[in-house]
Design a protein around this ligand. Sequence first.
Ligand SMILES: Nc1ncnc2c1ncn2[C@@H]1O[C@H](COP(=O)(O)OP(=O)(O)OP(=O)(O)O)[C@@H](O)[C@H]1O
Ligand SMILES: [Mg+2]
Length: 363
Amino acid sequence: MATTSGFSRRKTYNFDQVFNPDHSQDDVYDGLGINNLINKVVEGYHATIFAYGQTGSGKTFTMEGNERELDEGRTSEVHDSLEDGITQRGILELFEQIQQTQKVEKGKHISVFCSFLQIYNEKVFDLLNPSSVGGLTALRKTQTNMSDTSGLRIRWTKKDQFVVENLYVFECQTHEEALKLFKFGSQNKILASHNLNEFSSRSHSIFTLTIETQDIKLNHNVTISRLQLVDLAGSEKQSLTGTTGQQAKESIDINKSLLVLRKVITSLTENNGRDIVPYRESKLTQLLKQSLGGNSYTLMIACLSPCDKFIEENLSTLNYAAKASMISNLPTKNVDPQMVQLNEIKKKVRDVEVELRQANDHI
Ligand SMILES: Nc1ncnc2c1ncn2[C@@H]1O[C@H](COP(=O)(O)OP(=O)(O)OP(=O)(O)O)[C@@H](O)[C@H]1O
Ligand SMILES: [Mg+2]
């Protein structure tokens, strides 16, 4: 619940959990029940976690912790896991749960794959592909026309999904391998300082863990589920951030894709499915399609800035979070349909072979 002091109207919002500045990263992780969400991913469901709020409100801190400050040697030489965000904790939890599942359910073989992308100026870039990252950073530094870099294409698949073409995907055997990739990618993210945030995210990023489970006991059924960890760039007013030039252009694009995100949320909650949901209007909403009104479990974290000056932005964040909580997703297990079909055919062949043998015996 949130109230607005100093305003004649009192506003009330309902949420599953509310955290204040005294809560630790641990409290947030446990309070949000992320272990249950990860359990669902291991069972074969998609899940998405994203933080939403104005610039400087703590989205990156919530999703990724203080990794950057530690890297810069500002606060400590030693990595402090207490400062880890949901992503680092989630990676660890996922591998622990997989190990546990494989111990208990002997017939299950589970593989984990990682990918990491950023959407910058409405273009998709691979954070794990050094050549893509190098080119983009060089271009940005020299202030060359960004339209020269084309980014990766997004393709629409028959399974009603948007897929990024040619994205690097790495198989990880351990949580250390996944963490290393996450760290490598997050160092390649585009950040910039402005009045409200020294390390402001200038791109939206999505770290995806894909879990492929083959169940030998269940006729070799394969489920492919995804955990998407999203760090959005923040909505911002140029008058407050004081951005100019290239950064101002970034601001416009950041605000544009967030506008489409808000349009999608509004369309899903207010139009009762009558209108076409405008997923296609931005790359971000294309890639979050299953998370908003689709078959994924989704957790949205509304980040607020504890300062009266940001009351308007905070109310807007609360309004959209309240709306988003009314979206009904329909989580379904992602059993690979081709595999199911193949297994059914195999079973039929086996049945026919048995019948044939019996008929031959009879003759
Ligand atoms: N709960 C918190 N406790 C301590 N420090 C925090 C907390 N939340 C945010 N911060 C600090 O506030 C600053 C801004 O936070 P952060 O970069 O996460 O904001 P953001 O919402 O990602 O902004 P942007 O949209 O510009 O990327 C960072 O230095 C971060 O370490
Ligand atoms: Mg950020």
